[in-house]
Ligand binder design. Structure first.
Ligand code: ZN
Length: 369
């Protein structure tokens, strides 16, 4: 088993500036300036944990590269790409919808997209069995004509388009377990029957008005977009139930050639940007279930790209669990927050969680075969 890993120190140099969480601060406002919530710390600590445990050395390094403008334009409008380029060449700016970046942000965002493309290529070429791209900035909120929710370019969507156009891949399934709705990815593939997009997210969290159950795809893509709305306060058992009840059966029905994952760890119980109770074991078990489905459906081809996750203390252990499960490496290190999180009320499966997840399960019938 070989697991590819994409990392570039420059990803950590993407500078979101001085804010208070995500709110503008300072000046004459009443808010004291602090760091922006989407900063390098959680991701860097994830990489550091892999390093100190000797995991990174056992993974296959996949070299990142800058995506070309032609590659970016498979998803994004040329005018938008140009806007980001111009701001990036000056003093930076905002790509839209709470997406600040500093000078040079275009180059780092292009390097993130290129890292995801390189990983998808390596998995499809058989250079590695599966892999993880620990990139920054994240991508799943980015829309064709603007940035959104800390995302400049839609890394995973561009990766999917690349692999479909350059390799013999007709069907891709995209599983988004970031706690926020993968609205950008949904938008890109909403009428595309060749890509099954499933987003499991805290209902109404972000963006507030998207990710609803009724958003099931349109035109030729009818039935190939599934939103699993999970109520706030849900944790380990609800997420595994959503996998058993919806994600895995949907994959077996759709039969993809490649499974990609928008891997955010903000459903973790310590995260400040959502209200869920997952832990490292949750992400480990979801990865295990995905891998086993991938083994039967698409020669084990699973490629993950990093999205959100804003608890610098907790994210590394959720990430480690995923990398261990993908690679078969066992460090024996468990999520140290798990004993605390498993004592919370929503950790076990509750009736209102079952009801919301079952509603998404009914959509499996709509997936065209
Ligand atoms: Zn998120």
């Amino acid at each position: 088993m070989t697991t590819g890993f994409v990392w570039n120190e420059r990803y950590m140099w993407h500078d979101t500036g001085s804010f208070a969480n995500f709110l503008p601060a300072g000046g004459t406002s009443a808010i004291q300036p602090h760091i922006h919530i989407e900063n390098a710390e959680a991701k860097r600590r994830f990489k550091n944990l892999l390093d100190v445990l000797g995991v990174t050395d056992q993974l296959t390094k996949i070299k990142s590269r800058k995506a070309t403008e032609a590659e970016l334009s498979r998803v994004h409008f040329k005018e938008y790409i140009k806007q980001v380029q111009v701001m990036s060449g000056a003093d930076g700016g905002d790509a839209g919808g709470l997406t600040p970046f500093a000078k040079g942000g275009f180059d780092i965002a292009s390097l993130a997209v290129g890292g995801v493309i390189a990983l998808f290529d390596a998995v499809m070429n058989g250079e590695v069995d599966n892999g993880y791209a620990l990139v920054r900035p994240p991508g799943h909120h980015a829309l064709p004509d603007q940035g959104f929710g800390f995302c400049i370019f839609n890394n995973i969507a561009i990766g999917i388009k690349h692999i479909q156009e350059t390799q013999n891949v007709s069907r891709v399934a995209s599983i988004d377990w970031d706690v926020h709705h993968g609205n950008g990815t949904q938008t890109v593939f909403y009428n595309d029957p060749s890509v099954l997009t499933i987003s499991m997210h805290q209902s109404g969290c972000y963006p507030h008005d998207s990710g609803k159950l009724e958003e099931n795809g349109e035109d030729n893509g009818q039935g190939t977009n599934i939103n699993i709305n999970i109520p706030p306060g849900a944790g380990h058992a609800a997420y595994l139930y959503a996998f058993e009840r919806v994600v895995i059966p949907a994959l077996y029905k759709f039969k993809p050639n490649l499974i990609v994952v928008a891997s955010g760890f903000d459903a973790g119980g310590m995260d400040p940007l959502a209200r869920m109770l997952c832990d490292g074991e949750t992400f480990r078990k979801m990865t295990k279930m995905l891998k086993s489905a991938a083994d039967e459906l698409c020669e084990g081809k699973v490629a993950m790209t990093h999205e959100g996750g804003y608890s610098p203390a907790h994210v590394p252990f959720c990430g480690l669990a995923v990398i261990e499960e993908l690679s078969g490496i066992n460090t024996g290190v468990e999520d140290p927050f798990q004993p605390s999180l498993s004592g919370h009320g929503g950790y076990k499966l509750l009736p209102h969680q079952i009801e919301m997840i079952d509603a998404a399960g009914k959509l499996i019938d709509n997936i065209p075969t």
